[in-house]
Design a protein around this ligand. Structure first.
Ligand SMILES: O=P(O)(O)OC[C@H]1O[C@H](OP(=O)(O)OP(=O)(O)O)[C@H](O)[C@@H]1O
Ligand SMILES: NC(=O)CC[C@H](N)C(=O)O
Ligand SMILES: [Mg+2]
Length: 508
C-alpha cells in the first residue's frame, strides 16, 4: 500500500505536502518523495525512510512551487531501492511526474510493449514507472504543444485500455496542472477536497484518504469515481471526466480491515464505524458459538484492532483492557519487508502488563491474521504473563490467497491460513480457541452506506480477483519473484546492490 497526495495552491505547497505525507505515513514506511514545480523546473526529493527522515530543512527549502505531488511507499513490485521511490519522472512529453498506489498485473507485458513498440526505456523494475510511461506515451501520441483537459482525459482513457490491476494515481504535468485518477474498478482509494486561500481563490488537494484533506484544512468534495479523472490546472480550474468504458466500484475491503486510518472516510464509508461494527459482529459470533463463554477480559493487539476490540467487549459486557503496550517508535510490522525483521519487531513493539493477564481467560483481538507472525508471539506472551486461557479473535476472515492489487502478500504459502482449517491455524498459533469473522459479516460491516459500491474486492479471503486476468501461472510468477526467501537473499535492504541507477534524485 502507498499513500499519494497532490496539491494545487496559491502559495508554496512543500509544507502542506510534507504534513499530508506524515498523515498518510501508515500506508507506506519504506520510502517517501515530494516533487514541486516552479518556473519551468521540477524540484524532487525522494529516498528510503520515513517522511521525517527523508526531508530535512535544506530539502524543504529547495522544494519550491505552488503545485506538487507526494508519495509514501510500501513496495509491491520491484525492490526497496531508493531508485524506485516515488514520484517518478519522465521528461517527454512536457515533463511529467507521477505517484501511484496499487499494482499493475500486466506490468511485464506493458514493459515489453513500451520498449518494442513505443520506443521507451524503463530504468527500474517498478510497475509505477511503467504506468507513468504508458500515460506519457499516450499523451505524446496526441501531439499537442499545449495539452488541454481533452488531451489529459484522452490519455487517461488510453491508460485504462492498456493497464490492468489496481491504480490510484496523481500525476503532475509541467506547467499545466495535476491529474488524479482511479482504475475502472476503484480498487484503491482516492478523493479530493477544496479550501479557500486568503484572497478567496480555490486550492485543491487530491489524496489517498480523506484524513489527509481534513488535517490540512481542505473540505472533502468527494471520492474520485472508478475510472474517473480529476484535472486541476495550475490556476485552480478543476475539470472531471469519466474515462473508463465500463466502470464498477469494487473497493478493497482490506482498507477497512487494516490499512486506512480510522478517521478516514473511503467511498462514503467511515473506517471507524466499519471497525466498530466488526467488533459487534465478532461479539455476536462469540455469543452464537459459545453462549456460556468464560471470557474475563477483551484485549486489543494495538493499534489497528483497538476500535473493534472495544466494541466487542462492550457488546459482550466484559471488561476491555489494554494488556499490551506498544512501543510507539516501531513502525507497522505487517508492512515491513522481510519476515526476519517482522518477527523481531513484534517482541520489540509489544510488551505485556502482566497483572492484566494473571489467572484470567483473555480474548485477544486483532484486525487480521496474515502470516501469523504477530499472533503466535502474542499468544505466547499472554501465557508467559500468566493467562489461564488465551482465546484469539480476528476481525477479518482467514486470509488465504495472495493479493495482487497493492498489498504485499505475494505468496500463498506464507499465509498461515492458506490450505489450513481454522482449527489447524488455532493449533499453530497456540490459542485455546480461535475465532474468525465470517466474510458475510465483514461485508455487512462496510455496506449499506453507499449504494454505488457494487461489491467489495475481497480476493485475499476468496481467491476471486475482480479484474478477471489472474490465473495460477500469474500467481506462481508473483510468488517466485517476491516470496520472503527470495527477497531475504537478494532484495530488500540490500537495495543499493541491485544496480539500479538513480537518475533524477537530489541525494543530499
Ligand atoms: O499475521 P501477521 O503477519 O502478523 O499480520 C497481521 C498483523 O500486522 C498488522 O499489525 P501492524 O503491526 O502492521 O500495525 P498496527 O500497529 O497498525 O496494528 C495487523 O494489525 C496485525 O496485527
Ligand atoms: N503499495 C503500493 O501501492 C505500491 C505501488 C507500486 N506498485 C510500488 O511498488 O512502488
Ligand atoms: Mg496490528
Amino acid at each position: 500500500m502507498c499513500g499519494i497526495v497532490g496539491i494545487v495552491s496559491t502559495s508554496n505547497v512543500n509544507q502542506t505536502l510534507y504534513d499530508a505525507l506524515t498523515v498518510l505515513q501508515h500506508r507506506g514506511q519504506d520510502a517517501a518523495g515530494i516533487v514541486t514545480f516552479q518556473n519551468e523546473r521540477f524540484y524532487l526529493r525522494k529516498d528510503n525512510g520515513l517522511v521525517r527522515d527523508v526531508f530535512h530543512t535544506r530539502h524543504m527549502r529547495r522544494l519550491v512551487g505552488n503545485v506538487g505531488i507526494g508519495h509514501v511507499r510500501y513496495p509491491t513490485a520491484g525492490s526497496s531501492s531508493s531508485a524506485e521511490a516515488q514520484p517518478f519522472y519522465v521528461n517527454s512529453p512536457y515533463g511529467i511526474t507521477l505517484a501511484h498506489n496499487g499494482n499493475l498485473t500486466n506490468a511485464d507485458d506493458l514493459s515489453q510493449d513500451l520498449f518494442r513498440t513505443d520506443l521507451r526505456h524503463i530504468n527500474t523494475n517498478s510497475d509505477s514507472e511503467v504506468l507513468l510511461n504508458v500515460f506519457a506515451h499516450e499523451l505524446q501520441k496526441l501531439g499537442k504543444l499545449n495539452p488541454t483537459k481533452d488531451e489529459i482525459f484522452a490519455a487517461v482513457k488510453a491508460v485504462h485500455k492498456r493497464c490492468r490491476g489496481a491504480y490510484a494515481v496523481i500525476a503532475m504535468i509541467t506547467g499545466y496542472g495535476i491529474v488524479g485518477f482511479r482504475d475502472p474498478n476503484g480498487i484503491r482509494p482516492a478523493c479530493y477536497g477544496v479550501r479557500e486561500a486568503e484572497d478567496g481563490r480555490k486550492e485543491y488537494m487530491i489524496a489517498s484518504e480523506s484524513v489527509a484533506l481534513s488535517a490540512a484544512g481542505f473540505t472533502l468534495v468527494r471520492d474520485i469515481a472508478p475510472g474517473e479523472a480529476v484535472y486541476i490546472e495550475t490556476d485552480g480550474t478543476l475539470y472531471t471526466q469519466q474515462c473508463a468504458q465500463d466502470p464498477h466500484l469494487y473497493p478493497c475491503i482490506f482498507e477497512h480491515v487494516y490499512f486506512a486510518r480510522p478517521d478516514s472516510i473511503l467511498d462514503g464509508v467511515s473506517v471507524y464505524k466499519a471497525r466498530l461494527r466488526m467488533g459487534e459482529t465478532l461479539a455476536d459470533k462469540v455469543l452464537r458459538e459459545f453462549p456460556d463463554h468464560d471470557i474475563d477480559v477483551v484485549m486489543p493487539i494495538p493499534d489497528t484492532s483497538r476500535t473493534s476490540a472495544m466494541q466487542m467487549a462492550h457488546r459482550l459486557g466484559v471488561k476491555f483492557r489494554e494488556g499490551f503496550i506498544k512501543n510507539r517508535y516501531i513502525g507497522r510490522t505487517f508492512i515491513m519487508p522481510g519476515q526476519k525483521m517482522r518477527k523481531k519487531s513484534v517482541r520489540q513493539k509489544l510488551n505485556p502488563i502482566d497483572l492484566e493477564f494473571r489467572d484470567k481467560n483473555v480474548m485477544l483481538v486483532d484486525d487480521s491474521i496474515v502470516r501469523g507472525t504477530t499472533c503466535k508471539e502474542i499468544v505466547q506472551m499472554a501465557r508467559d504473563a500468566g493467562a489461564r486461557k488465551v482465546y484469539f479473535a480476528s476481525a477479518a476472515p482467514p486470509v488465504r490467497y495472495p493479493n495482487v492489487y497493492g498489498i504485499d502478500m505475494p505468496s500463498a504459502n506464507e499465509l498461515i491460513a492458506h490450505d489450513r482449517t481454522v482449527e489447524e491455524v488455532g493449533e499453530l498459533i497456540g490459542a485455546d480457541w480461535l475465532l474468525y469473522q465470517d466474510l458475510e459479516d465483514l461485508v455487512t460491516c462496510v455496506s449499506d452506506v453507499n449504494d454505488d459500491i457494487e461489491d467489495w474486492e475481497c480476493s485475499v479471503f476468496t481467491g476471486q480477483y475482480v479484474t478477471g486476468d489472474i490465473d495460477q501461472s500469474y500467481l506462481d510468477r508473483l510468488d517466485e519473484a517476491r516470496n520472503d526467501t527470495k527477497r531475504s537473499g537478494a532484495g530488500d535492504n540490500k537495495s543499493d546492490e541491485n544496480g539500479i541507477i538513480d537518475l533524477h534524485n537530489d541525494e543530499d
